[in-house]
Design a protein around this ligand. Structure first.
Ligand code: SAH
Length: 337
């Protein structure tokens, strides 16, 4: 699956198959830019702005536009780091960001981003990382995986702890994403050494639940994950509770997960929408429709969750309730799904 997704992002235009929040409305990236301005100003000094899985570069462009206005001093010394594996998307990002005239660097993975104070943003990045699936049986566990072009089931005498703890009944599938867990652990380890904050936004659950969520999307429609690997986007819901536990185990401050609708509303999404409508009355309908898609509970507002990690020096990240700091091993509750 990891290889199928690398081939997919390298070879196709993913945005023909699905649409993400920054592509729906500029409000998303603008509010994240304001979030970075507050955290970065609070941290002080020279800041690296890191985006993981930057897609078409739209989110970074919207963030940089706001940062230039809201935090000009920070922006003057800012360096931009894009963690992206697809050469095709790197080229598109380069074109989208050239007009800012800022130093841009691309990296294959986070380990290549130099040390120092950093702000990291990842929208719909974690869901693209490969998962493992296990099936609970009367006798124990089996792993469900792809060999060649077929699904196989194989006895799994040892399963990861977060799989065993999920409370699955016999016959139920449990998914786990070791790659997302190690990515969050890597960010948390950096936040113990360096000043900074990280923001992850993705669709998923605030509590760990059993159930299958793996899906393949091609041109906006569901496809089989097995048909022509590399031609469809493979994603799975992100288990935010486990990721919050990973951060807490590393003794890093953790905020959320909270629902995207609540987060964006707290950051002023509605007010920003109205200001845009006043500035461009002819586009008011489209602006309000885009905003509704991002924040309405029955659209992306509830399914998408937001989780922040912060170093000890960082102010409480905007958008989270003041009491939103999760205690050790808890994901602060939000509604399901
Ligand atoms: N954040 C963007 C794009 C989301 S699509 C948006 O909101 O529009 C997922 C992105 O993650 C793509 O840019 C894809 O190429 C990238 N990606 C997927 N797996 C990756 C990996 N292992 N390392 C770095 N980037 C990856």
């Amino acid at each position: 699956m990891a290889r199928a997704n690398a081939a997919y992002y390298a070879g196709r235009d993913p945005f023909a198959d699905f649409i993400t929040a920054p592509e729906i409305s500029q409000i998303f990236g603008e509010l994240l830019g304001a979030w970075c301005a507050v955290c970065g100003t609070g941290l002080g000094g020279v800041v690296r702005l890191v985006e993981v899985g930057p897609g078409r570069g739209t989110l970074m462009a919207d963030m940089l536009r706001v940062l230039g206005r809201a935090a000009p001093d920070m922006t003057r010394t800012l360096s931009v780091h894009l963690v992206e594996t697809s050469p095709r998307l790197r080229e598109i990002q380069k074109q989208a960001l050239a007009r800012f005239g800022m130093p841009l660097q691309w990296h294959d993975d986070l380990a290549d981003v130099p040390g120092g104070t950093f702000l990291l943003v990842g929208n719909e990045f974690l869901d693209a990382l490969p998962i493992r699936q296990f099936v609970r049986t009367q006798a124990g566990w089996q792993e469900h995986f792809v060999r060649g072009t077929e699904w196989v089931l194989q006895d799994a005498p040892i399963v990861p702890a977060d799989v065993a703890d999920r409370g699955a009944a016999p016959g139920e599938i449990v998914e786990t994403c070791p790659a997302a867990q190690s990515f969050v652990a890597e960010v948390a380890a950096r936040l113990k050494r360096e000043r900074g904050a990280a923001l992850f936004i993705d669709y998923g659950t605030a509590r760990s639940l059993p159930g299958e969520t793996l899906q393949a999307l091609r041109e906006g429609r569901s496809a089989s994950p097995l048909v022509e690997p590399g031609t469809a986007d493979l994603t799975a819901h992100v288990d935010f509770a486990t990721l919050a536990t990973v951060a807490a185990a590393a003794d890093v401050r953790c905020f959320g997960p909270i629902e995207q609708g609540r987060f964006l509303t707290a950051l002023g999404a509605v007010q920003r929408g109205e200001a845009l409508c006043t500035a461009a009355p002819g586009q008011a309908g489209a602006i309000r429709t885009g905003l509704d898609r991002l924040i309405a509970p029955e659209r992306m507002g509830r399914l998408f969750k937001v989780l922040a990690l912060a170093s000890a020096e960082c102010p409480i990240p905007p958008g989270f309730p003041e009491t939103g700091e999760a205690g050790p091993h808890t994901g602060q509750g939000a509604g399901e799904p």
